[in-house]
Design a protein around this ligand. Structure first.
Ligand code: B12
Ligand code: SF4
Length: 594
């Protein structure tokens, strides 16, 4: 029996864990062939590829990001072979399955919820071993009548075989994300989330997971993401895993986790701060909203104070990158409340902050309560909201405009000093900066085009100059430092006009040569020659004097920023006073590059 398990991933780097788990469970009796595409692939290419494999059964793994494209594939595929059996599974069809069956007659059967055992039972049915009514947890239409069978008991996950031992996966481990689960279910009940529906948390076999991780690392996996809904529900379990990963990780591997911030104990963070190698772990923390009423309405119990403590401690530890998520459009969170949420969270200066817009997922409590909160939303996936009783579509668009600049100017860490200055000294709040700049950005169509690094600088400068915001003497100086900090060599392009003529430059270089201490501690054994100075330094006037090791500290003073580039090192900075006399030492303050 020729069986295919397939899906359309959101992007090439993603992989689908479900089809691997289904295959592992179906073996050894059945040998489904795994084949993955992306939502960007042309429909006909996908159809042709599947068709040429001559399957009898094709199972589709369906999610919010692929349902629309997958349905096109399913419809076309069935036209090429009406006898083909199409099985659909995944969170997107687990709810409203009666509507899906009615809407898409090309689907023969839908598997509801957890799929491993049910899928194997279905294969048994198609192999003639059992009756269809014996298959647990499916929905189908028979002679025009809708039928659904009751689900079986939840799987004992400790006995589920490993989904990671397929040879065909090995070549891709290093360049794609490997998803791994150590538990299923979530004890919380956030009404916008599908994971709130399943009751209880079940764990996989710990030792088997450790073996899987060893195997994945040995075979080149670089990014391993745990899909557990909140990895740290059980402290002892999380600690055991962290310890294992610290002890046995292969350098270069990154492990990502979804963490619940407020239940993370300080001793766990202290442990990580002391023991985890920098860059080994990355935490994703859903904050969603800091509005108490909103959290109460969506049944999300969250202690923002404790969450802030976690984020701050992790940040101070400097070992673990954090990504914080917000959702705009939750009940009773109007524009001003969202602005507050944003600012509350931005105050922690997370490395990455992402705005999401509420999606009314099939099966969730909020979708059922949509009318009560006056939600309007897109009928098709991803069911994003357009408005509710406290937020208009215009306001949603205004919030959306912050997304692109937040991504480029904060999350990408292109100009930390400049943005820090702007959000704390120029605009009333960080949200106001990102929002107003975002609107300016959007109006000029910049969200639809690519940008070189220097464009980001000229665009920010244009915005601030045009809107007459901030002291450009300071801002331009900070921008110069940020720009140069992003280079490993003398920049080919600068975004500002050259301000020094050849004579001035030469005399500054001569001045540097006079200072015997200069460069010595920057790099040895570089000889102090005119040629070397010209080759390795970049000199530009600035109006602020950076202060020592604190990347964000500076004082107002006119002078020159001397940037020294040396292969294999981050650029080194020195500040030279404008009024320097031949006997003065060049200020040796360095600037830490974040
Ligand atoms: C990995 C992941 C992603 C990846 C996508 C990876 C990819 N392949 O492309 C990324 C990061 C891109 C992503 C993004 C989003 N995601 Co996401 N994501 C997940 C996550 C964390 C893991 C999925 C997984 O592998 N689970 C483990 C497998 C084994 O479980 P499973 O998927 O449920 O599969 C079982 C059954 O469903 C069934 N089954 C599944 N497929 C099939 C197929 C057949 C034939 C059969 C028989 C059975 C079957 O059997 C499986 C085994 O029991 C889940 C949460 C979670 N832990 O499940 C959310 C989740 C799938 N995401 C969700 C959402 C809402 C989103 C976003 C919209 C969030 C946002 N930003 O607003 C975006 C959308 C992206 C887009 N471009 O539009 C929702 C799903 C809603 C839905 N109806 O699909 C989930 C469930 C989170 C939640 N709790 O609400 N996501
Ligand atoms: S949002 Fe997070 S904590 Fe809330 S139910 Fe979903 S997975 Fe659980």
């Amino acid at each position: 029996m020729n069986i295919i398990l397939t899906t359309l991933n959101a992007k090439y780097i993603h992989t689908n864990l479900a089809i691997r788990s289904l295959k592992a469970y179906a073996q050894p009796e059945y040998e489904p062939v795994l084949t993955e595409y992306t939502i960007k692939d042309p429909i006909l290419n996908i159809v042709a590829d599947i068709h040429q494999k001559k399957p009898k059964i094709v199972g589709f793994s369906l999610y919010i990001w692929n349902i629309e494209e997958s349905l096109k594939v399913i419809r076309t595929l069935k036209k090429t072979n009406p006898d083909l059996i199409i099985i659909a599974g995944g969170p997107e069809v687990t709810y409203d399955y009666d509507k899906w069956l009615e809407k898409v007659p090309e689907i023969d059967v839908i598997v509801i919820g957890e799929g491993e055992r049910t899928f194997k039972q279905l294969l048994d049915y198609y192999a003639g071993k059992i009756d269809l009514t014996e298959v647990q947890g499916i929905a189908y239409i028979e002679n025009g009548i809708f039928k659904a069978t009751p689900p079986g008991p939840k799987l004992d996950l400790r006995e589920v075989p490993s989904p990671f031992r397929f040879h065909e996966d090995l070549p891709h481990l290093s360049n794609r994300v490997t998803y791994i689960e150590t538990s299923r279910g979530c004890p919380f009940s956030c009404q916008f989330c599908l994971s709130s529906i399943e009751v209880g948390v079940r764990y996989f076999n710990r030792e088997a997971i450790k073996d899987d991780i060893r195997y994945l690392m040995k075979n080149g996996a670089k990014t391993i993401k745990f899909v557990d809904r909140t990895f740290n529900i059980s402290r002892s379990y999380a600690m055991e895993m962290f310890q294992f990963l610290i002890d046995e990780h292969v350098p270069g591997t990154v492990f990502q986790f979804e963490i619940t911030g407020d239940i993370m104990r300080p001793e766990v963070i202290n442990f990580l701060n002391e023991n985890a190698p920098a860059g080994l772990f990355r935490f994703e923390i859903g904050v969603q909203s800091t509005n108490d009423l909103t959290n109460e309405l969506v049944k999300r119990r969250q202690n923002f104070e404790k969450l802030s403590r976690t984020v701050t401690m992790v940040k101070e530890g400097g070992k673990i990158a954090q990504h914080l998520d917000l959702i705009a459009g939750l009940p009773e969170e109007d524009y001003n409340s969202f602005r507050r949420t944003f600012n509350d969270v931005f105050a922690m200066r997370p490395e990455e902050l992402q705005l999401g817009f509420l999606k009314l997922l099939r099966g969730t409590g909020l979708r059922i309560q949509a009318e009560q909160y006056g939600y309007t939303y897109i009928d098709e996936a991803p069911y994003e909201i357009l408005s509710n009783n406290v937020l208009t579509f215009d306001e949603i668009l205004q919030i959306k405009q912050t997304e692109d600049v937040l991504e480029k100017y904060w999350n990408d860490n292109r100009m930390p000093r400049t943005i820090e200055y702007i959000v704390s000294h120029v605009f009333e709040t960080p949200f106001d900066f990102f929002q107003q700049f975002g609107t300016y950005w959007e109006t000029r169509g910049w969200s639809r085009i690519g940008h070189q690094l220097q464009d980001l600088y000229t665009r920010l400068q244009a915005f601030l100059e045009e809107t007459e915001r901030g002291d450009m003497n300071i801002i331009r100086s900070l921008m110069k430092i940020d720009y140069l900090a992003h280079h490993s060599f003398q920049p080919r392009h600068i975004w500002w006009d050259v301000e020094l003529d050849a004579n001035e430059l030469t005399s500054l270089e001569q001045r540097i040569l006079q200072d015997e201490h200069y460069l010595k501690d920057i790099v040895t054994p570089t000889r102090l020659t005119e040629r070397n100075i010209r080759k390795h330094t970049f000199i530009t006037p600035i109006n602020v004097r950076p202060n020592g090791d604190d990347a964000m500290a500076y004082c107002m003073e006119k002078g020159y920023l001397i940037t020294f580039f040396c292969r294999g090192h981050k650029p080194q900075f020195r500040f030279m006073r404008e009024s320097i006399r031949s006997t003065d030492k060049i200020a040796m303050d360095s600037i830490t590059v974040r």
